[in-house]
Design a protein around this ligand. Structure first.
Ligand SMILES: Cc1ncc(C[n+]2csc(CCOP(=O)(O)OP(=O)(O)O)c2C)c(N)n1
Length: 668
């Protein structure tokens, strides 16, 4: 695909939204790109890595989103065109810098691409970052398809330079990860005039506190945003169409919401029969166009992915105008609610919504609201056919060994243990199934038996939160004499992203908690981007591989242990030693991601179960490896040779010596 995004002007290609946005940056002559992986945003940078040398720009995966944002911002202050990418949650991490950079503005065009995830396909929340762009008082654009995604990223660089503000482009999962037709524009060589000017246009331009101070910079920001409103009014990304005989119903549709509305209107043969305002430039909104639509319509429906963000503002505009003459329908609760305020929009959701609004004008159409019932029935039937199960770690995943070892190490320890999880492949250690709620007062019942790795984690929130929460629990437990261990786990990429300040906090507050780093050498969850322990960049070139044990020792952790999670006995013993320590302890469980081993053909021969020796005890199932099967009729375990990675962990857990490698034929 790298060659494709370098294809020549005029070529029509099928591109993923993220690839289209990468191309947009190349057509803008980008100088520097930085980001942190996060689905569904990562492919923008992955594609750009592949062409960076040829197109002579700099690219990096940064340690976290705040760092990435600052890397891009710093270069922009020198006049470079910069792109920064992240997922929705990433903007929370970068927020401090994002909200503050707007006060000084930028010099070279700076575009921030944030991919939201309505429907939470890949995320802990459905958070809508458009509200954060508004909060930071930064212009925000949102494409409706892949062509516009490319064009918008390119245009965002010009807009950013024109306004001297960073410009945010908001994408969503279905745009970033779906493919569509894109006609390419011309690639552009960088034309940036690079050079740093401390007093650019105003004295101490790049210092929020610099005279005449933050308030005056805020005044400038608000004036600039007002100017941005004029651009929004004129922007080709916002278009209003009112038929000759204006319809009673006006639709305001933004981003992907517009794409769905367009499909539904085509299906219903109503494309040129409604008053339609397409919004792509959404902060600030094109207020005059909205007023025109309101003037022409009896009802208005707002269709947008995420919160009722535009709807709220349109309601405000309408009530400011003349005592709520035009009812505004959308996602707000109440009698004008026609769209769900959670989950993702689809044509199935939008069509009944549009018809419901029409149903008020044309009551005959209310029969069309039955679509959801049909969906629910089909889902109910499908659910009856499927065996419920948790999502699983890969066969031979080192995290399986880490969880097995942790659960074994804690097994006979007194008290109720709290295992704080974090975000990464290993978060599946908390997905579980079939648990029952227990009243807070029911002390005994709180000690749930953990039968598989997938029931291990007790808390799971955001990157870095596990170790933070563990500290509160450990200190409180000590103060109140609560029995039980407090543990936190995280991966290696998460360690560098969010744990570093937290581990310093552990040390300076002498926190009696145990922290396990599940170091699989990669940022596996988001598609195997390198982490700081990998030792190579995405092009396979050598980079320093940082040593987590040395880092935690350097910040003052005295009890630092290392073990290999594929060696279960060693891991159990090591974790027990760490749990027995008085103060803070850290265990680094170092075992490379099995998918990477498989890619390098470094996995072992498959293992098999000897039916003569297997007693059907099911101990091996407790490892949670998806390659292990169980025949409940024959009461025998088995191993799926095609998926077995040959790690041998199952051999070590079998109490009857019934599992062995096909290579050696016996326990090695
Ligand atoms: C703030 C934020 N940024 C990015 C992500 C996307 N993301 C989920 S897990 C993860 C890192 C996983 O790497 P690691 O901690 O090494 O664990 P692994 O998946 O390799 O087991 C990332 C970047 C996120 N969830 N939140």
């Amino acid at each position: 695909m790298s060659a494709a995004i370098l294809d020549k002007e005029g070529k029509r290609l099928l591109l993923m939204g993220n690839e289209a946005m990468a191309r947009g940056a190349l057509e803008a002559g980008v100088d520097l790109v930085a980001g942190y992986p996060g689905t569904p945003s990562s492919e923008v940078i992955e594609r750009l890595w592949e062409v960076a040398e040829a197109r002579k720009f700099y690219v990096q995966w940064s340690t976290n989103e705040k760092v990435a944002f600052e890397v891009a911002a710093g270069a922009s202050l020198e006049g470079a065109r910069t792109l920064c990418t992240m997922k929705n949650a990433g903007l929370n991490v970068a927020m401090d810098s994002f909200a503050t950079l707007a006060y000084t503005g930028v010099r070279g065009g700076m575009v921030l691409m944030v991919a939201d995830d309505p429907g939470a396909h890949y995320s802990s929340t459905e958070q809508d970052t458009r509200t954060l762009a508004a909060y930071a008082e930064v212009p925000c654009l949102e494409p409706c398809d892949q062509q516009e995604a490319k064009d918008m990223v390119k245009a965002a660089f010009d807009l950013s330079e024109e306004l001297e503000l960073p410009v945010m482009v908001r994408s969503v999962t279905r745009l970033s990860h779906a493919s569509g037709d894109v006609v390419l524009g011309s690639l552009k060589d960088s034309e940036s005039l690079i050079g740093f000017n401390k007093h650019y246009k105003i004295p101490y331009r790049w210092n929020v506190y610099g005279a005449p101070g933050a308030v005056s910079k805020h005044v400038w920001l608000q004036e600039t945003l007002t100017r941005a409103g004029e651009y929004s009014e004129e922007s080709g990304f916002n278009s209003l169409s009112i038929p000759q005989n204006p319809s009673k119903v006006g639709i305001i549709a933004s981003g992907l919401g517009y794409a769905y509305v367009r499909d539904v209107l085509h299906t219903l043969g109503m494309m040129d029969k409604v008053n339609l305002l397409k919004i792509g430039f959404l902060n600030p909104l094109p207020k005059k166009k909205i007023l025109e639509l309101l003037d022409a319509s009896t009802y208005v429906i707002v269709v947008e992915e995420g919160e009722p963000y535009i709807e709220r503002l349109v309601r405000g505009i309408e009530s400011e105008r003349q005592a709520d003459r035009v009812p505004v329908f959308g996602k707000f609760p109440g009698e004008r609610n026609v769209l769900p305020s959670t989950g993702e929009l689809t044509c199935n959701v939008d069509e009944p919504a549009l018809l419901k609004v029409y149903g008020m004008a044309y009551p005959d159409c209310s029969c069309c609201l039955s679509g959801k019932k049909g969906d629910d029935e089909a889902r109910g039937k499908a659910e009856a056919l499927v065996t419920p199960r948790s999502s699983a770690l890969c066969p031979g995943c080192p995290h399986l060994g880490s969880y097995w070892a942790l659960n074994q190490a804690l097994k006979r320890e007194p008290g109720i243990h709290i295992i704080n999880g974090d975000i990464g492949c290993y978060e599946q250690g908390g997905y579980g199934l079939f648990a029952q709620a227990v009243a807070a007062s029911d002390e005994a019942a709180k000690k749930y038996a953990v039968r598989t790795p997938y029931e291990t984690l007790d808390t799971l929130h955001v990157m870095g939160s596990g170790l933070g929460m563990a500290q509160g629990q450990a200190h409180l437990g000590k103060l109140k004499g609560v029995e039980g261990h407090v543990v936190a786990v995280s991966g290696d990429s998460t360690f560098f992203h969010a744990i570093l300040p937290s581990i310093v906090n552990v040390v300076v507050n002498a926190t009696p908690a145990t922290y396990l780093v599940l170091d699989n050498r990669w940022t596996a969850m988001t598609g195997h981007q390198p982490s700081a322990t990998t030792g190579e960049n995405p092009l396979g070139q050598d980079t320093p591989a940082l040593d987590i044990a040395a880092i935690v020792r350097a910040v003052g952790v005295k009890n630092v242990f290392e073990a290999c999670p594929f060696d279960l006995e060693e891991s159990i013993k090591t974790i027990k030693e760490a749990l027995a320590c008085e103060g803070p302890s850290v265990v680094i469980l170092k075992g490379e991601c099995t998918l990477q081993l498989a890619r390098r053909k470094a996995t072992g021969a498959p293992f098999v179960v000897d039916p003569e020796k297997c007693t059907g005890c099911r101990t091996c199932l407790g490892l949670g490896c998806p390659a292990i099967t169980f025949d409940s009729v024959a009461n025998l375990a088995g191993i799926d040779a095609a998926s077995c990675a040959g790690c041998g962990m199952c051999e070590s857990v079998c109490p009857f010596d019934a599992i062995h490698s096909t290579e050696t034929g016996k326990r090695g």
